[in-house]
Design a protein around this ligand. Structure first.
Ligand code: UD1
Ligand code: UDP
Length: 363
């Protein structure tokens, strides 16, 4: 069987590729596992490889902080060198980070087919680097693994030239594969100061790199009608420190700031919280898993995950304080019933992807 190279660059890619790695291993497909190092801190990268019991990467880089363009270019340069050396039959990438676009471009320029897991998402917001990355990656991919029919429609409307398969999202596989392990192993609740809490995350560049929005978020969490547990992304911590607001926020009695937590701890926090307030993409999906089922307030102006909104799990509440606070109060009061079924699949997306890859590579 030919080699498949799985390339990850950030935290969510490791989590979402974990089920794909397992499914490909089960199918006896030979893997080259590459971490191209866009995320490099232990608690943003290696921690997940260890916790999810993934093989050690065969190749690992560190790119460190750079401008969007320089980061993309650096990853592209080392991925081109690596792809020339390893000659995989297929390169698999997941999502919409700079690492994904850089890898896909390096591959297509060498004539190596690209498979894009989580293809076809669109926020229609060109302020977002993720929107550039996902659109461009979709257009150079040979195989597009769309999580939903909405994503498939987006791809068809844009006439992508690769083959589209609707598979579900591998994040649901990941939740199902890890929640019971998390509930056994995680001790995070011993460190949580509140019995009942909202879980918050925020890291989008268009939010936290904008001082007005960043301040809005911090004031919102400090004044929220329920205490807020906030595992803080390094980008956000850096911005708060640069603007000298981090120490003040740390002192707020309504917010418990944590460093980025491991996946098992995060699953337990999602399971236990009253609601999630986030600008994350993956968390909007995870909240819909039948074993999590939590309301999500999306603190953004748009989402590329409309299925979470249509199914009643998520609500786009924008970035203004009064709107987020109103939505938090309403969510606490309403306690609305959420659907049993996730719009992102039943947890067998990775198996489907592995089967398709096996057939395509054999053909
Ligand atoms: C990236 C992705 C985003 C994804 C997120 C997952 C792009 C354009 N953005 O955003 O889509 O949702 O990852 O978390 O690809 N930093 C550290 N340590 C790390 C990693 C980052 O300190 O291990 C800090 C650095 O100051 C860095 C900043 O965070 O400059 C931003 O990191 P970067 O990878 O560029 O973007 P993210 O905001 O993490
Ligand atoms: N996550 C985690 N620890 C944290 C915050 C998030 O393990 O402290 C997980 C979360 O469960 C989800 C993924 O990281 O699977 C989401 O990553 P992030 O929000 O950074 O990126 P996005 O999904 O927005 O690209």
């Amino acid at each position: 069987m030919k080699n498949v190279s799985i390339v990850v660059s950030t935290r969510p890619e490791i989590i979402k590729m974990a089920p794909v790695i397992r499914a490909l291993q089960k199918s006896k497909i030979q893997l080259i596992f590459v971490h191209c190092g866009q995320h490099y801190d232990y608690n943003m990268s290696q921690q997940f490889i260890e916790e999810l019991e993934l093989p050690s990467p065969d190749y690992q880089y560190k790119v460190k902080a750079h401008s969007q363009g320089a980061q993309t270019a650096r990853i592209m340069t080392h991925m081109e060198r690596l792809l020339k050396k390893t000659s995989p039959a297929l390169v698999l990438v997941e999502g919409d980070t700079n690492g994904v676009l850089a890898t896909a471009l390096a591959a297509v320029k060498l004539g190596t087919p690209v498979g894009h897991v989580e293809a076809g998402l669109r926020s229609f917001d060109l302020r977002m680097p993720e929107e550039h990355n996902r659109r461009l990656t979709d257009h150079v991919s040979t195989y597009l693994f769309a999580p939903t029919e909405t994503a498939e429609k987006n791809l068809k409307r844009e006439n992508v030239w690769g083959k589209i398969y609707v598979t579900g999202n591998t994040v649901i596989d990941a939740v199902i594969q890890h929640l019971s392990i998390a509930e056994k192993k995680s001790k995070i609740l011993e460190n949580i100061h509140f019995e009942s809490f909202a879980l918050a995350t925020a890291h989008r560049a268009e939010n936290v790199d904008n001082l007005t929005v960043l301040k809005n978020f911090m004031e919102t969490f400090a004044e929220a009608p329920i205490p807020v547990i906030y595992p803080m992304h390094p980008r956000t911590k850096k911005r708060l420190q640069q603007n000298r607001i981090y120490t003040k926020i740390k002192k707020s009695e309504n917010i418990q700031i944590l460093p980025p937590v491991g996946y098992l701890d995060f699953l337990v926090l999602m399971k236990k919280c009253e609601m999630i307030v986030t600008d994350s993409g993956g968390i909007q999906e995870e909240a819909t898993a039948s074993c999590i089922r939590k309301p999500v307030l999306v603190i953004r102006l748009s989402t590329e995950r409309p299925e979470a909104v249509k199914s009643g799990f998520a609500e786009i509440v924008g970035t203004e304080k009064h709107r987020i606070l109103d939505a938090m109060k309403r969510t606490l009061k309403q306690r609305k019933k959420l659907p049993r079924k996730s719009p992102y699949g039943d947890g067998n997306a990775a198996e489907k992807i592995a089967k398709i890859i096996k057939e395509e590579l054999a053909g």
